[in-house]
Design a protein around this ligand. Structure first.
Ligand code: ZN
Length: 323
């Protein structure tokens, strides 16, 4: 039994999928399960789906959730780790208010549950286990539905008053494009997958030619997913190309501005689009950063995430080790 209690669970709660894993003391994945995130219902429905995925992952690892040392959760929205509450997770159904996710899951899983912010835990996973290992300071930049950021400064996570790392909402153009957050000119307004999609749909409605909708339908998706964007780029779709170029420029400006302020040793780039587009685009973002980097500042190392899209779940599992 002592051996079993060294096993930990990790759940990455994303806008499209729930990834649950069980890891051993060396952070090797012993079992995993992936469920689509419910698109309707309530936070309780999302919690049920998470519990099911975790139970499947435990089963795949030859154990039960009650036998785990604990389960960590990386969640979007505003996280109150002490109370296990998650508020304003706007990409999740019915989650505008606050919900006691931790207590609910703990009851269902028969296990201790620790909750952290999704990008903060993913950044920590890269720092401890992935591309950020050689460095004492790391900026995690997650290019997906939204733009997330996480910080390791002087070998410690920097959370500010809880909300640090919102690199997606650094302003790169005053009076610029409206951001999903409601402000204008944020990085995310130009680089977030959701913002790019709504801009593309507007352009198409105004008569602009693009294959994005056709590609989406062929892939039987309801949104312009990372795969849809990648396919459109591959076919040379002009509108998709313009928007992705704009995203690269915006990410470069945002990341360089953050580096000008913090002078971190490394920037690690992940997220759905980041992982999908991979190293060539990491290189493009690096190049875009150079023109905004403060003269005299040394360029930080810029890497693709080392843990792929498993970083969120691994980082969640690391929360359990915090006691
Ligand atoms: Zn914003």
């Amino acid at each position: 039994m002592a051996k079993t209690s060294a096993l930990r669970g990790g759940i990455d709660l994303g806008g499209t999928k729930i990834e649950a894993i069980v890891v051993d003391a060396g952070n090797q994945v012993l079992g995993s399960a992936r469920h689509p995130t419910p698109t309707s219902g309530t936070p309780a429905d999302v919690a049920n789906e998470m519990a099911q995925a975790m139970q499947e992952a435990a089963q795949a690892a030859g154990t039960t959730t009650a036998a785990l040392a604990g389960v960590g959760v990386g969640s979007p929205g505003s996280v109150d780790s002490a109370a296990g509450r998650v508020a304003s997770a706007r990409n999740l159904p019915g989650w505008d208010g606050s919900f006691a996710l931790g207590p609910k899951l703990a009851k269902q899983l028969g296990s201790r549950v620790a909750i952290g912010n999704d990008v903060q835990v993913a950044t920590r996973a890269e720092y401890e286990l992935g591309a950020g290992r050689p460095y004492a300071s790391v900026l995690g930049l997650f290019w997906g539905t939204g733009i997330g950021g996480g910080l390791i400064l002087d070998r410690k996570p920097w959370r500010g008053r809880g909300g640090a790392g919102e690199i997606g909402h650094m302003v790169i153009k005053r009076g610029g494009r409206r951001c999903p957050c409601g402000n204008d000119g944020c990085v995310e307004a130009y680089a977030g997958r959701a913002a790019m999609e709504s801009h593309a749909r507007n352009e198409i409605e105004k008569g602009r030619k693009s294959d994005l909708l056709k590609i989406m339908e062929r892939k039987q998706r309801r949104n312009f997913t990372s795969a849809v964007w990648a396919d459109a780029i591959e076919r040379g779709d002009a509108l998709a190309g313009e928007l992705i170029d704009g995203a690269v420029a915006a990410l470069g400006a945002g990341a360089a501005s953050a580096v000008n302020l913090l002078d971190v040793e490394a920037v690690v780039i992940g997220g759905g689009l980041g992982v999908r587009f991979g190293t060539p685009y990491v290189e493009r973002i690096r190049t875009a950063m150079t023109e905004h980097l403060f003269p005299g500042h040394e360029m930080p190392d810029v890497h693709l995430v080392g843990l792929g899209d498993l970083g969120g779940a691994l980082g969640a599992a690391l929360l359990v080790t915090d006691g």
